[in-house]
Write a protein that binds this ligand. Sequence first.
Ligand code: ATP
Ligand code: MG
Length: 249
Amino acid sequence: MIWLDRVSKSFGGHPVLTDVTFHVERGLTTVVMGPSGAGKSVLARLVVGLHRPDSGRVLIDGTDIGLLPDADLRAVRRRIGMCFQDGALFNSMSVGENVAFPLRRHTRLSEKQIWTAVAAKLEQVGLPGTENRLPEELSGGMRKRVGIARAIALDPDILILDEPTSGLDPLMADAIDELIFAMKPHRTLLIISHDVTNVLAVADRLGVLSGHEMVAFGPAAEVIRSPIQIVRRFFERATRTAALGTLGS
Ligand SMILES: Nc1ncnc2c1ncn2[C@@H]1O[C@H](COP(=O)(O)OP(=O)(O)OP(=O)(O)O)[C@@H](O)[C@H]1O
Ligand SMILES: [Mg+2]
């Protein structure tokens, strides 16, 4: 469904991604992990066309999005929901208007239909009735969930979540994990995370980015056993957790 074909990207002469090849299969949950600064968020932004690769191709359902005129790129983007690492909510807009934003932009729904859809999405992320709150009045975990509600507003085929649980307390992280679990059977998910335990619970496919490269990629149960040092170091802590025992059994 998503295919990165030998993608390289640098900023100001500093390479961030070099020759990265990886794919996301329809209906599966693919997780990308890696140290801070490895280029995970850049990779997510490449997939939605917010960055263009210096070389290589980003294909969505076989179409090279680099070759698309803006109008067609917009149509592709409409099919992909993205929840940014920092939430990227509009602080001056209410929670409801934040979630309504993609609906106003991409659909011709009536006001009534928009607010019905907004209420349904907020309900889905466990925040019913919060339409009139402002983002600054919410906790970090609630803001993340509003970001997810906005990302699923258009019922996208593909949902990208950049660090959905980072910076949250374990209870809130669990609540977000449950939400991801509930969405998993119905969507193609690309999750960026360095939360090892969460990753192990949801990943079908796992990619590890390190030193500008995708150093490991494949079925999650195989990748976590990879002898590559950076992968081993990432999972050493996790080998002591029950989550790994469950996945490995
Ligand atoms: N728009 C940009 N302009 C210049 N440099 C950028 C830009 N976006 C990202 N970078 C650089 O690219 C590198 C990778 O950034 P990225 O945000 O993808 O890391 P990350 O793997 O998501 O890290 P984290 O786990 O901390 O979120 C960093 O060195 C960052 O400074
Ligand atoms: Mg990031």
